[in-house]
Design a protein. Structure first.
Lengths: 450, 390
């Protein structure tokens, strides 16, 4: 096993409401949803209409640009509603769950006995293909490409992130089969990054056919982008794929059982949750099955994912495709008298100008207030402290704003995704919407390069 | 505070679009956001944001300037009474009070002029009023001689805000440090009010009775005229600041207190501050080695405590907008400011003080420094690409 890679730059945001390491079997959700908005740049085409009966694994919609990429139902039942937003854009396909789960059948075979094409075919058909993302651009992988390598991050360092060493306890076999399948898709290695601080969970420790890397340091050490940068950075023209551990398990189950088995574990976290814990659910479930009687009354913000990169959802919204946590924090739409002058014992900041820095290990309740007004990008040196890549974040951001493709490329746009800039957005004094700018830049690159 | 908030909420509609006082919206907004951090929430991206904002950033810089400002006020009184021979018997409060009354009008004029223009431009641009002028408005009087006429402060502030900031697109887009732009404007437009031996002491210009032997010359003045040997200020005086000079620049000690505040809070770049001092000391040493006159042989460390060197290093060079923006670039930028400031000071007899020009010059070159720093990063990436293709 390789030596430990230490990441120095970054920021741990110590929030209140960390999930206690207890598994709770969630009350079965009555409805499930698959949301096209979870997939950047996707133009969905429907395969079902309202009222259709579906099994777990039945295609609900597919990508307009590549009809092979299918999105399937995580649960059997009846298509209850197709919710559309502006310009009839599909927002959610909602399924009313059946009582006893039935599965579509897919190929059940040892991936080492299958060829690459057959594995890709099986993943595409089952609807698990979208769980494989590609860098550059942080979009669903293109099945025609052969990636340089595949990266799995076994660390979630985000605020209130899940502990993979806890939730991967009982899936050693499935994870291994998933890795075998992925290994066939790349010319290079499957890289698994694990937390260098603790002995890893068996599923990670015993896994074969991968190269294991140990990382320590503050967030964003768990971001797969950070790990790629420090293991085998992406150059122009190169492609790598990334998969999250729980999705590797689902891929494993596909080859073991021939089913799209979307069961996963999510953490219910955040300062507004009475008992933050881990829940066994099925992907795409309605979060009310977790939050019932467990959330403080009041004006709260519900987030599928973590506070840095998650998406805001309704209190009766649905878990996002890629998310392993649901976070609930107070909404911050209130005024604070001379708030910018306070000594700040209770206010979290990366800036030492707040006295809260003097209290180590303090857990903070942070609401969604911007804590200030939008300004020009004036302060320098802030981003660099939380951006552990050999890339100039401010300059790259400015290149994106002025839409200078050539400069974006030179400054390293191929290596980054929105999430890599999340901490920059958090610390930014000027309150700029940085992740949105980065996404715009990535979309622009996709357009220019094709 | 609820009452105040309710009152503001009640009058707010008058200032919004279609309201009676719509034209005063920007002003209302500036006051409202000054009193209350607004209720705006994160819409896209991260759901939580750091507690720091531009108001807090800027107010900390102002707080860091307070020691130098208070000392400057006392120093104005001290030198005034010294010059007319009435120092004996004056209490600390009388001395400070005199200086306070002399300096306060300068501060007021600077703020009123600058903020009025800022608010008008923010209104035209439909922006919130930026906080940068909190700092600039305080810096301008601190780098003026105390006897500068108020109208000059007003004109130079207007020049700095309009030509220095707004023509480039507003706060954050400027190339030059706005406060130094104001000073440079006065320095070249009205040299007689900005240099010589009469302007640094309150009352001297008006020919108030002066005790025999009192000159009012600054250290820089002595040095530029080749009369360093006639000067009777000790390094201790220079460090503590009991010497004539611009209002805020004399006390290195007070400025260093400000530097500590800026560095501890992380608001000012320690990289810039330390490298300016390093650059100054470095060139001072070289001049010492090749000294052919009194000024060149002035011990290198004394350069750092005279004139506006320390003030420039701590409060001017660190302006993040006009400084180099890359972390490596900040070292280079600061070091070159230190070198240039002392070189202009010692080798160019036309300019007794070189800090202002050195910083303005490096403001212009900062983007070039950044360019090369970034170019190096780009080259590294290109090399990696080549290696991977090979």
């Amino acid at each position: 096993m390789s030596e430990i890679k230490k990441i120095k730059k970054g920021l741990n945001i110590n929030l209140k409401g960390k999930a206690e390491k207890v598994f709770i079997k969630a009350k079965p959700s009555e409805t499930y949803a698959v949301k096209p908005i979870d997939f950047a740049g996707l133009m969905p085409k429907l395969s079902v209409v309202e009222g259709d009966e579906v099994k777990a694994g039945t295609t609900l919609f597919y990508s307009k640009s590549d009809s092979r990429i299918k999105f399937t139902a995580p649960m059997c039942g009846r298509v209850k509603e197709i919710i559309r937003g502006e310009r009839r854009k599909i927002q959610e396909v909602i399924i009313e769950a059946c009582d006893k789960i039935e599965y579509e059948t897919f190929v059940k075979a040892d991936p080492s006995s299958l060829d690459r094409k057959a594995i890709i075919e099986n993943l595409l058909e089952s609807g698990l293909w979208p769980s494989i993302k590609q860098r550059p651009y942080n979009i669903i992988a293109n099945p025609d490409n052969t990636p340089k390598s595949i990266f799995i991050s076994g660390i979630d360092s985000a605020p209130l992130g899940v502990d993979y060493d806890f939730l991967m306890q009982d899936c050693e076999k499935e994870f291994q089969v998933g890795v075998h399948a992925l290994r066939k898709l790349t010319k290079g290695n499957v890289h698994l990054s694990i937390n260098g601080k603790y002995p890893p969970v068996k599923a990670f420790k015993n896994v074969k056919n991968t190269e294991i890397h140990k990382f320590t340091g503050p967030h964003p050490v768990g971001n797969v982008g950070t790990q790629i940068h420090h293991i085998d950075p992406i150059n122009k023209g190169e492609i790598v794929w990334t998969v999250e551990p729980q999705n590797v398990v689902m891929i494993g189950k596909l080859f073991l059982n021939g089913r799209y088995d979307a069961r996963k574990i999510v953490a219910l976290t955040g300062s507004e949750v009475y008992k933050p814990r881990y829940y066994k659910v099925i992907s795409g479930c309605c979060i009310t099955s977790l939050t019932e009687d467990n959330v403080r009354k009041g004006n709260q913000r519900y987030i599928s994912g973590n506070v840095l990169t998650g998406k805001q959802i309704e209190p009766d919204g649905y878990l996002g495709f890629y998310d392993s946590s649901v976070t609930i924090i107070p909404e911050g739409n209130e005024y604070k008298f001379l708030g910018w002058l306070s000594p700040g014992f209770n206010k979290f900041s990366s800036s030492p100008s707040f006295l809260s820095r003097l209290i180590p290990n303090k857990e903070f309740t942070i609401n969604s207030n911007l804590n200030g007004g939008r300004r020009a990008l004036m302060i320098t040196g802030q981003f660099e402290k939380v951006f552990p890549m050999d890339i100039y974040p401010m300059q790259l951001l400015k290149a994106i704003i002025i839409e200078d493709i050539d400069l974006m490329e030179k400054l390293g746009i191929y290596e980054v995704a929105e999430e890599d800039f999340a901490l920059c957005e958090f610390v930014d004094t000027s309150k700029t919407e940085i992740q949105a700018i980065v996404r715009k830049g990535l979309d622009l690159m996709i357009k220019e390069m094709n | 505070m609820k009452g105040l908030r309710n009152y503001l909420n009640k009058i707010k509609p008058n200032f919004e679009k279609g309201g009676k006082l719509e034209k005063l919206h920007t002003l209302y907004d500036a006051i409202d956001t000054f009193l209350f951090v607004p209720d705006k929430v994160a819409k896209t991206g991260t759901h939580i944001r750091d507690s720091i904002d531009m108001k807090r950033t800027m107010i900390i810089v102002v707080i860091a300037m307070v020691p130098a400002l208070l000392f400057g006020m006392w120093n104005v009184g001290y030198h005034h009474f010294l010059s007319i021979g009435e120092l004996a018997g004056k209490t600390l409060w009388q001395i400070f009070g005199y200086g306070f009354l002399r300096v306060l009008p300068l501060i007021l004029v600077s703020y009123v002029t600058g903020l009025t223009i800022e608010i008008i431009f923010s209104h035209i641009r439909n922006h919130e009023v930026p906080e940068g002028f909190f700092v600039t408005g305080m810096l301008i009087p601190m780098i003026m001689p105390v006897d500068v006429p108020l109208w000059m402060v007003s004109v130079s502030t207007a020049f700095a805000v309009i030509i220095g900031i707004e023509v480039f697109g507003g706060s954050g887009m400027n190339i030059l440090n706005p406060a130094l732009t104001a000073r440079a404007f006065l320095f070249f437009a009205y040299p007689s009010s900005m240099s010589g031996d009469k302007v640094w002491i309150s009352g001297l210009k008006n020919g108030e009775s002066v005790v025999d032997g009192f000159t009012g010359e600054t250290v820089m003045g002595y040095a530029a005229n080749g009369k360093l040997s006639e000067m009777n200020f000790s390094p201790h005086d220079m460090f503590m600041g009991t010497i004539p000079g611009s209002i805020g620049e004399t006390s290195t000690l007070a400025i260093l207190i400000g530097a500590v505040i800026l560095i501890v809070t992380g608001i000012g770049s320690w990289k810039i501050i330390t490298s300016v001092f390093a650059g100054g000391a470095f060139i001072g040493l070289i001049l010492n080695l090749f000294a052919v006159n009194d000024y060149m042989s002035l011990p290198y460390w004394q350069h750092l405590i005279i004139g506006g060197f320390a003030f420039g290093a701590v409060f001017m060079a660190t302006d993040p907008v006009s400084a180099a923006q890359t972390e490596k670039g900040k070292f280079i930028y600061g070091f070159l400011i230190g070198i240039l400031a002392i070189l202009i000071r010692v080798l160019n007899p036309a300019y007794p003080e070189g800090v202002m020009l050195a910083i303005l010059l490096m403001n212009v070159f900062a983007p070039l420094i950044d360019h090369y720093v970034i170019e190096a990063n780009i080259k590294k990436r290109m090399k990696r690409l080549k290696a991977s293709r090979a």
